[in-house]
Design a protein around this ligand. Structure first.
Ligand code: ADP
Ligand code: MG
Length: 250
């Protein structure tokens, strides 16, 4: 289980997130919506433990352990994985070598070749990481790496951004595999938090709860499809208006 309590996060001294509360239980998938610049990526980076994201207040509890001050690599070892919104190009490193590092000796469960096949990237494994890849290929490669890692908590930052319709179905399949969606919720060993600006990925991946983030605060939570229908009908302006009416005074 992941429990985020009263989390306030700053970047270079500037407060970006304010008093975030969020609980995800094993087996569950939650979706986070929000306009650009609202702090969605910041929340994922803070959960993963990137040092630039300073926790000013609050805590992050994962599997009963307080990880708020734990370095990023220890969080990864505990079972937290992430796919980035805009993954970097890494020259001089083959995709195959990164996937092998992510597998960390679990090749017996799924080989590099099987993972490549699953992500439809068999011909890309000897190419440098993301170098000259299309938007869809980059996202598939990201998911292939996270699949190799097999984290208990997967953080997905806009997995469908820059991806065409054919790729989005395959991306949905990879996420469903990653989150054990083939099993009953009680049999699953993992959980996920998916950031989606457009909500398109929810046509392929089921989420239990959705939240809207506005100006660094979670403004509401509920049925993700209902939230999405409201956003599609009225735009994020309505969320901002609603948030302004309910914002607590500091
Ligand atoms: P989202 O993912 O919802 O689009 P982000 O979490 O990327 O939003 O950004 C939230 C806010 O934090 C934005 O106002 C952004 O400009 C600011 N921000 C992000 N990274 C930095 C940084 N390195 N330095 C200063 N401000 C930043
Ligand atoms: Mg973002």
């Amino acid at each position: 289980m992941l429990e985020i309590k009263h989390l306030t996060v700053a970047i270079e001294g500037k407060k970006i997130l304010h008093d975030i509360n969020l609980t995800i239980r094993t087996g569950e998938t939650h979706a986070l919506f929000g306009p650009n610049g609202s702090g969605k990526t910041t929340l994922l980076m803070a959960i993963m433990g990137f040092p630039k994201y300073q926790v000013i207040k609050g805590s992050i509890i994962f599997k009963g352990k307080d990880i708020t001050r734990l370095p990023l690599d220890e969080r990864a070892h505990l079972g937290i994985g992430m796919s980035f919104q805009r993954p970097p190009v890494v020259r001089g490193v083959k995709t195959r070598d990164l996937v092998a590092a992510c597998l960390r000796g679990r090749e017996t469960e799924e080989s590099i070749e099987q993972l490549a096949e699953r992500a439809d990237l068999a011909d890309f494994m000897d190419r440098e990481i993301n170098y000259g890849f299309s938007g869809g290929e980059i996202k598939r490669s990201e998911l292939m790496q996270v699949l190799a890692q097999k984290p208990e908590l997967t953080l997905l930052d806009e997995p469908e951004s820059g991806v065409d319709l054919v790729n989005i179905a395959l991306i949905g399949e990879l996420i469903n595999k990653l989150l054990d969606k083939g099993c009953h919720i009680r049999a699953r060993k993992c959980m996920g938090l998916i950031i989606t600006h457009t909500g398109h990925i929810l046509d392929y991946v089921n989420a239990r709860t959705g939240y809207v983030m506005v100006e660094g605060r979670i403004s509401c939570g509920g049925d993700p499809h209902e939230i999405l229908a409201t956003i599609r009908a009225k735009g994020y302006e309505e969320c901002i208006k609603c948030m302004m009416e309910n914002v607590p005074s500091e």
